[in-house]
Design a protein around this ligand. Structure first.
Ligand SMILES: [Ca+2]
Length: 118
């Protein structure tokens, strides 16, 4: 059997785990395609986040392109829980089975460029 070139339509799973803190309304997240012209997904279009709950979503992003995941916090303090400092959240991003981010400290925003086309 011949070795065929890799399937350029292949996609790889990216999973977003979001544990909200006490200020879920500050959080926005979206994914754009290569070039940033098309929004593939927008968190706020899907769900109204509640405080102190874990959400997860998996997307199969094109392996041979460059997709961008952006998570923003309008409070600028990430998922650290605000002033009480107790009820902090967390963001974990898993791309192709590897954890590429695992921290509540997203500041005002974090951006992940995913794929060899980046
Ligand atoms: Ca915040």
């Amino acid at each position: 059997m011949n070795n065929l070139p890799d399937d350029e339509t292949a996609c790889s799973d990216m999973t977003l785990y979001l544990l909200t803190d006490s200020y879920p309304d500050e959080i926005q997240s979206y994914i754009t395609d290569q070039g940033g012209t098309t929004t593939l997904w927008s968190l706020t279009a899907e769900v109204d986040l509640d405080a102190n709950l874990e959400y997860s979503a998996t997307f199969c992003l094109p392996t041979y392109e460059c997709s961008t995941l952006v998570v923003t916090d309008s409070g600028g303090d990430g998922l650290t829980g605000g002033n009480d400092g107790v009820s902090g959240g967390n963001l974990q991003v898993v791309w192709m089975s590897e954890i590429v981010w695992n921290s509540p400290d997203i500041g005002p925003s974090v951006t992940f460029e995913l794929g060899p086309g980046c």
